[in-house]
Design a protein around this ligand. Structure first.
Ligand code: DGY
Length: 321
């Protein structure tokens, strides 16, 4: 009788996602849903795993990979994979997969929600009522800025960037984008206009970061970048905190070089309560929930398991990085 391959899953997942795979694999799983697996346990567990299902909270580096002598696939439950040393994995012949497509629309929804919340000062307005400050309707009470017919500058025109552009198009916005390569379809169908980074910064009312974190993009939103933005400009980040110099962002907000920021991601996650950015009224912060709808998270988990199944069956993964 053939022995089943072994999978290690670094976070407790709902049984309904795992169940169909139990007959195929020997599945071990970290017991907590809310806390990441301790690194020493991960290193121990990965030793005899054929497949690893991990999250962006785990750093899958050379050390982890070298302990994994049977490992054939690392399936990351995220579209971003800056937590994985992909080069080291390739050298060891280990396939790395991510979860594109299934989270595109959900993440674009969140990006647009963050843009709208920040522009129209919705968190401030909600806090205002809850603090019982509302006495009278007033002409400029909590007045924010318009979204419709303004200019959005999308930095990173991949799948999510394009989905954000579609939403912007529905709001009658002018769309600028910056990307490694041109996007003819977005130019044709959404009238998106390619621009260099500085033009995006200077001309956009909303600058939206959807760019992956790499050596090249690390802290690309720095002091100079914020200085180039409009004073009325709003900065939105739904990609990775590492693309922003948070200290420079804080200073730009305090000095009123830009009007507001909406952030779903941070340099160090979780961001703590005493972080300077969290003290500002014109900053809306979310705990990295871009893809967090139940439907999408379940799809992401399923896609990871399908990738693992394919690779362990000797087939091509659906979404290799
Ligand atoms: C990703 O997929 O990279 C997100 O940041 C988490 O959904």
């Amino acid at each position: 009788m053939m022995t089943k391959s072994s999978i290690y899953i670094t976070r407790k997942l709902p049984e309904e996602v795992i169940e169909p795979y139990r007959k195929l694999f020997h599945i071990r799983m970290w017991e907590r849903e809310d806390v990441p697996v301790p690194r020493d346990l991960l290193i121990k567990e990965v030793k005899d795993a054929d497949g690893l299902f991990c999250l962006l909270t785990e750093k899958i580096d050379q050390e982890v990979l070298e302990h994994a002598s049977h490992l054939k696939i690392v399936a990351n439950m995220a579209v971003g994979y800056d937590n994985i040393d992909v080069k080291a994995a390739a050298k060891l012949g280990i396939t790395v997969t991510n979860t594109p497509d299934v989270l595109t629309e959900t993440t674009a929804d969140l990006a647009f929600a963050l843009l709208m919340t920040t522009a129209r000062r919705m968190m401030e307005a909600s806090d205002y009522i809850k603090a019982d400050h509302w006495q009278y309707w007033s002409p400029l009470l909590l007045a924010g800025s318009d979204i419709h017919h303004k200019t959005i500058g999308i930095v990173g025109m991949g799948r999510i960037g394009t989905a954000i552009a579609r939403r912007a198009s529905g709001f009658g916005m002018d769309i600028l984008y910056h990307n490694r390569s041109r996007h003819p379809r977005a130019e044709e169908q959404l009238h998106a206009v390619y621009a260099d980074f500085d033009t995006i910064l200077g001309k956009s009312d909303f600058v939206v970061s959807v760019i992956p974190l790499t050596k090249e993009t690390e802290r690309m939103f720095d002091q100079q970048a914020f200085e180039k933005m409009k004073q009325s400009g709003i900065f939105i980040n739904v990609s990775r905190g590492g693309v922003v110099d948070e200290c420079a962002l804080y200073k730009a907000l305090v000095k009123k070089e830009i009007r507001a920021a909406g952030l779903d991601v941070f340099e160090k996650e979780p961001i703590r309560k005493d972080h300077p950015l969290l003290q500002l009224e014109n900053v809306v912060c979310l705990p990295h929930i871009g893809s967090a709808s139940v439907e999408t998270r379940m799809e992401m988990a399923r896609l990871c398991l399908e990738n693992i199944r394919n690779v362990l069956n000797g087939e091509e993964p659906m979404t290799p990085v």
